[in-house]
Write a protein that binds this ligand. Structure first.
Ligand SMILES: N[C@@H](CCC(=O)N[C@@H](CS)C(=O)NCC(=O)O)C(=O)O
Length: 218
């Protein structure tokens, strides 16, 4: 039976899980959730995730929310498929540390931007709030410029890349959709090269949010 993924297109947390399913070749079906239609407020959704957020998976009746926990579950259950965590204890610890850093620091700054842009009417937007969020994202990614250990964040491709990339991509999407709203690039040369490698990955290309500007041909 395929794994059901409850997701919202463009949600970096849901995208991370979709990436894991795709990378590992796990049979799955997508169940789109509409924020605007109020799906998250419905009782049936609260039964899946009492925090009323996406993503959630349903694997043969086992439901799980929190994207980082879901990715670990998928990687362990389908351990014979391409791994997202290293078999080496210390390398795996580094990957987990990076995921925590992506969620704790970059995602927090991004969420301030999302609140200031997506959840604020254009004529109500507070320039200082937007600038502060964008600057925090830039500062955090300048730090990642010093953290990256190879072609991918932890060296080889891992769940850490699937955690940070969708969040940065959402930042770029907000920048693209709102010309003049933010100033200055988000990433330095190492992360720019990494992002190009990420965009070339078959799993990233297969899961690129359908309503976003399509990726250029590889
Ligand atoms: N820590 C959660 C975060 C999930 C999350 O914040 N999802 C957002 C979409 S990107 C959401 O569902 N937001 C709905 C809301 O805040 O009402 C995870 O990793 O799964």
């Amino acid at each position: 039976m395929p794994v059901t993924l409850y997701y919202m297109s463009g949600s970096p947390y849901a995208w991370r899980v979709w990436l894991a399913l795709t990378h590992k070749g796990i049979a799955h079906e997508l169940r789109p959730i509409s924020y605007d239609a109020g799906d998250l407020k419905q009782d049936w959704y609260a039964a899946l995730n009492p925090r009323r957020r996406v993503p959630v998976i349903d694997d043969e009746g086992f439901t799980l929310y929190e994207s980082a926990a879901i990715v670990e579950y998928l990687d362990e259950k389908w351990s014979d498929r391409p791994r997202l965590f290293s078999a080496d204890l210390r390398q795996r610890a580094l990957e987990r540390r990076m995921i925590r850093e992506a969620d704790q620091y970059f995602a927090e700054a991004l969420e301030h931007l999302v609140q200031a842009v997506f959840f604020t009417a254009p004529d109500q937007r507070d320039r200082a709030r937007v600038d502060a969020a964008w600057s925090a994202m830039q500062r955090e990614l300048a730090f990642w410029e010093t953290l990256i250990r190879g072609d991918f964040l932890a060296g080889p491709l891992s769940a850490a890349d699937h955690a940070l990339f969708p969040a940065i991509a959402l930042g770029w999407r907000i920048e693209e959709q709102n010309p003049g709203l933010v100033s200055g690039g988000l990433v330095g040369p190492k992360l720019a090269a990494w992002a190009a490698r990420m965009k070339a990955l078959p799993a990233v290309r297969a899961t690129w949010p359908p309503h976003w500007t399509p990726l250029a041909a590889a």
